[in-house]
Each structure stands twice: as structure tokens, then as C-alpha cells.
Design a protein around this ligand. Structure first.
Ligand code: SF4
Length: 411
């Protein structure tokens, strides 16, 4: 409409009373593309349980705005990005950080190190017309090397670190009675952490203190890895390819900033941004080969890989807790039910006996389901020892940074 009428952004926004938009925020709105179909309003209400978007005004003057706040940055947006993946016209998208990434590639002083999250491999091929069986993580590594990246790694490595931290923290807090009233919550999903902090701030102490796999990996890159390859920490440019929009927000958090080396993670790109770059570099998917991750963080376990799906973090944590308590590996698939059930439903509850102790766990995905569960936990109606929460339906595989499901790139 604005293009047809040849009017400026400001005039257009004034005429329709559209809120100003902070272009540095990880979620970007282009009002000129909005057709007011209300999908974002529905999704934010029914899936995300937030109700951030609202329709204001009537008829031709109606607009979609952020409810009850002057700007998006002031709203309680969890950044799950589900509105982006459900917008049929690309009026919502993630902040584009590819230019910043390409500047680092072109800088001869910078050593560019990229980690690829487990869930990215499940969907990146959709945007390039690759079959699921062809779209391996090795081909992502190959495409990144062709783009000019120096080192490539699998985030499953630091998911293994996270789970060792989280499982031992759980055993310690469970054993000293700290979880008698309220459970410990997983902390690896930044969409969930934002939601908890704004909606249930009195329960933030129940979060695991472990950094997410992305942040652990960034910290390891700027310390141990920099030392091993003989590079100053400030010359490492640490990039994360994530299925997630909330990770762009997590990366910016002040307490992940070190004076001597900057942020643990310098740049977060979504699966969609990765696909756009592969296309921009004219890399033909059929020419990609299975490359290995680089040396030093080459080996990963299956526990790290299952982080990408709902129930995966809990299954990995229970396996590790079993080993710590029983002194041996658990039987294969001892806790598989957690992940299998969680993929069918928004909430899974189970009790497991470990060494005469009953562990009560819950796994929830989607913030609307989470809000319901949190109300019950807060009122004391439901008691658990350990709860896994993933903001996106199905976990990170259904993340807000994944390819848009009709197979078309709309952003
Ligand atoms: Fe990001 Fe995964 Fe959480 Fe979704 S579920 S907000 S993709 S970490």
C-alpha cells in the first residue's frame, strides 16, 4: 500500500498509527507487508500463550501492534519466533546478522569459528530442496568452509558439557532438599528463560545455573580453544547457527560479556539465514560433501544430539544422573519414553525409581502449555523434582528460526 501511494515509512506509520520499531531487536516487523490476517495474533495467544500482538482500530485504519507497550523491546516477548514461521507474507522476520558475519570472514585478523546446533540438521535441507537423508550436518560444515569459515564444530559437544553440569547440579540440589517444594528447571532455552523472568520472576532461582550449550561453546572457544591454537581471545569470532530467534537475544545478555574477549558468542544466525547465505554464495547443494567437524571438539554423544527435540534434555540428564547414582550406564532406552511421549503431546509426566528414590519429572513444550503447568506448580497443585521446558512446539526442531513450512522463503 505504501509503495503504491509512494509515501515514506514515517508518513505511512503515522497514518495507520503503527508503533515505532526498534530495528536492533531480534524480531523485526515490516508493517508495509502486513495483510492483517491475524495469524500472529492467534499464534502468540494459542501457542506462545503470551498475547503480545493485538489488532487495533477498525477497517482501513486497523493495525497490528504490540499490546500494552510502546515498543516491542518493552513488551514481554519471549522471542520464540512462532509468529515469524506462521506469517504467510514475511511481514515478520528475524534481525538479519549475515552482513556482520561476512565482515568477520573478510577480516584477515579474525579466526571465524562456527558451531551448528543439533536441530538445524533436521530442517536446513527443506530450504534447498534436499531430501532428509541427503541433508546431513557434514554438508552444513562443507558449505560453511566454502563460505570461508576457519573452524566448524557441532553444538552437540557443548550440549554434552551442559548435561554433565545440569545433571550433577540436579543431584546436588535434590539431595540437599532444595527441591522439596519447587522443581529445578532446565535453562538451555532462552525463550523459556525470558518467559520465566517476566511472568514468574519469583521462581528464577529454580532455574539450573548451567549456561546453554551455545553459550558454553562460545566461552570454550574464547578460552581453551584460543589458547590451543595460539590466537588472542579477542581475535576469535564465535558464530552459532541456531534454529532459534531467542538465541539472538541470549547472545546479547550483559553477563555473557567478558572485558578482554567480548561476548561469548559474537553472532547468531538462524537456519533461514544459513540457507540464504548458501544461496547467495551460489553453492549448489548437490556439490556438497560430508565434511567432519574440526579437531579438538570432534567427538560428540547421542545425548548431545537429542537436545534438539522436546524431552531430549531430560532423557540425557536422567541417563547421566543414573550413571552418577548407580555407578553404571543405564539400560538402553531406559528413559526413552520421556522423549517419545513428549513428541506426541505438549506435556509428559513420569516417575522413575533410582536407588530407592522416586524422581518426579515433567517435560513441557510450547509456552501456552508451560503457562498452564507453571500456574499449577506455583499454586502447589503439582509437585515435581525436575522439569524440562522448551518454548517452541516440539522443541528446537520446531524453532522460530527454522525454514518456513510451506517450503518457501518469505522473509
Ligand atoms: Fe529457541 Fe529451542 Fe527454545 Fe525454541 S525451544 S526458543 S528454538 S531454544
Amino acid at each position: 500500500l505504501a509503495n503504491d501511494l509512494n509515501i515514506t515509512d514515517t508518513l505511512y506509520e503515522e497514518r495507520l498509527e503503527i508503533q515505532e520499531w526498534d530495528k536492533t531487536f531480534p524480531l523485526i516487523r515490516d508493517s508495509k507487508k502486513c495483510i492483517k490476517c491475524m495469524r500472529c495474533v492467534q499464534v502468540c495467544d494459542k501457542i506462545a500463550g503470551l498475547g503480545i500482538w493485538t489488532l487495533e482500530g477498525t477497517g482501513a485504519r486497523s493495525t497490528i501492534n504490540v499490546s500494552g507497550a510502546r515498543t516491542i523491546a518493552e513488551a514481554d516477548c519471549s522471542l520464540c519466533g512462532q509468529c515469524i514461521t506462521h506469517c504467510p507474507v514475511g511481514a515478520l522476520k528475524e534481525r538479519d546478522d549475515t552482513e556482520e558475519f561476512l565482515r568477520a570472514i573478510a577480516d584477515p585478523k579474525k579466526v571465524v569459528v562456527v558451531q551448528v546446533a543439533p536441530a538445524v540438521r533436521t530442517a536446513w535441507g527443506e530450504g534447498l530442496g534436499l531430501d532428509l537423508s541427503e541433508a546431513t550436518v557434514g554438508k552444513i560444515f562443507d558449505s560453511l568452509k566454502k563460505i570461508g569459515v576457519d573452524y566448524v564444530f557441532d553444538t552437540a559437544f557443548s550440549a554434552d558439557l551442559t548435561i554433565m553440569e545440569e545433571a550433577s547440579e540436579f543431584i546436588a540440589r535434590f539431595s540437599n532438599g532444595e527441591l522439596a517444594e519447587k522443581p529445578m528447571f532446565t535453562s538451555c532455552c532462552p525463550g523459556w528463560v525470558r518467559f520465566l523472568k517476566s511472568n514468574y520472576p519469583h521462581l528464577t532461582g529454580q532455574l539450573s545455573s548451567a549456561k546453554s550449550p551455545m553459550q558454553m561453546f562460545g566461552a570454550v572457544m574464547k578460552t581453551h580453544f584460543a589458547k590451543e591454537i595460539g590466537v588472542a581471545p579477542e581475535d576469535i569470532y564465535s558464530v552459532a547457527i541456531m534454529p532459534c530467534v531467542a538465541k539472538k537475544g541470549e547472545r546479547n545478555m550483559e553477563f555473557f560479556h567478558e572485558e578482554y574477549a567480548g561476548y561469548d558468542t559474537d553472532c547468531v544466525l538462524t537456519s533461514r539465514e544459513l540457507i540464504r547465505m548458501i544461496k547467495a554464495f551460489h553453492i549448489l547443494p548437490e556439490t556438497l560433501e560430508d565434511a567432519e567437524p574440526d579437531h579438538l571438539f570432534h567427538d560428540v554423544t547421542g545425548a548431545g544430539i537429542i537436545f534438539g527435540a522436546t524431552g531430549g534434555v531430560m532423557e540425557a540428564a536422567l541417563r547421566t544422573a543414573y550413571h552418577s547414582l548407580m555407578g553404571e550406564n543405564c539400560p538402553p532406552d531406559a528413559f526413552k519414553v520421556v522423549r517419545a511421549e513428549s513428541q506426541k503431546t505438549g506435556l509428559t509426566e513420569a516417575t522413575f525409581s533410582l536407588k530407592d528414590t522416586n524422581l518426579r519429572i515433567a517435560v513441557v513444550n510450547g509456552l501456552a502449555n508451560t503457562r498452564k503447568l507453571m500456574e499449577e506448580i506455583d499454586r502447589g497443585e503439582k509437585k515435581y523434582d525436575f522439569v524440562e521446558v522448551m518454548a517452541c512446539p516440539g522443541g528446537c526442531v520446531g524453532g522460530g528460526g527454522q525454514p518456513i513450512h510451506d517450503g518457501e522463503e518469505l522473509a
